[in-house]
Design a protein around this ligand. Structure first.
Ligand code: MG
Length: 256
């Protein structure tokens, strides 16, 4: 790819699906490590803290430094630090609360500064959504760690945070600040870390909207992989098309 010096790489659906690495993905990352390209990982994963993501990748055979991984919780923490406010109601699951612990007070107090919604799986109930809604009506700001529609779980397509963020927006009349892809501010965190302008970077992902559309609006080129949540139909109706489509990240070398 002409003029490309670096890659932003999505994790879920690109390097692995569920707990299974995509065939040839480890070798593709090794090749990149040895090349002159720089790269970082930008994931909308909101169920795991950075440390856990790195150790999980390592267990699947990917040797990726923890500092190379950028997630919406890290972007949210950066945002919250700037506001000087601290009280958060987390509508999340897994151990992602560990990323928030250094800066946030996460309790069930009467008032909160932020309602933070991630892909919360079974933590989404009428009660938890209603609690979030009440905090919003009492003045809390709504932060969406991502607003994806769905993702590919091991047992099939599954609702992501987006549908629930939209429900809270609808009920409260507030608009969420979106931390993950396709937020340009989120891509910028990783781009600044690489020291490259968006024009010299391509985003590799399996989501036509957040990865490919997001990359376009941030000024990057894009590579769509036919793994994970890839659906031909979604590509056909998308307004933003990827620069390249490859069968999987294992075929990245073909377009370098
Ligand atoms: Mg993905």
């Amino acid at each position: 790819m002409n003029g490309i010096k670096g890659f932003l790489i999505d994790l879920d659906g690109v390097l692995y699906i569920g707990d299974q690495p995509v065939a040839g993905a480890q070798a593709a990352i090794k090749t990149l490590m040895r090349s002159d390209y720089t790269f970082r990982f930008v994931s909308n994963t909101t169920r795991k803290c950075r440390k856990t993501i790195a150790s999980r990748l390592s267990a699947m055979g990917f040797e990726i430094p923890e500092e190379y991984i950028f997630t919406p919780p890290l972007a949210a923490v950066a945002h919250i630090k700037k506001t000087g406010k601290r009280r958060c109601y987390l509508l999340t699951t897994g151990d992602v609360d560990q990323d928030f612990e250094q800066v946030c007070v996460c309790d069930s107090g009467a008032k909160q500064d932020f309602v933070i919604v991630g892909d919360a799986g079974d933590m989404i109930t009428y009660d938890s959504l209603n609690t979030a809604f009440r905090y919003l009506m009492e003045g809390a700001e709504l932060i969406a760690l991502e607003k994806d529609r769905y993702w590919m779980a091991h047992d099939g397509l599954s609702l992501s945070a987006g549908p629930f963020v939209q429900a809270l927006e609808f009920a409260s009349g507030k608009t969420a600040i979106i931390m993950g892809k396709p937020s340009t501010a989120f891509f910028d965190l990783a781009l600044n870390d690489m020291g490259l302008p968006p024009g010299q970077v391509a985003m590799i992902g399996d989501d036509i909207t957040t990865d490919i559309g997001g990359a376009y609006h941030a000024g990057m080129r894009s590579v769509l992989v036919r793994t994970g949540k890839f659906r031909q139909d979604a590509v056909r109706i998308a307004t933003v098309k990827p620069t390249h489509i490859i069968d999987s990240i294992a075929h990245l070398e073909d377009i370098l």
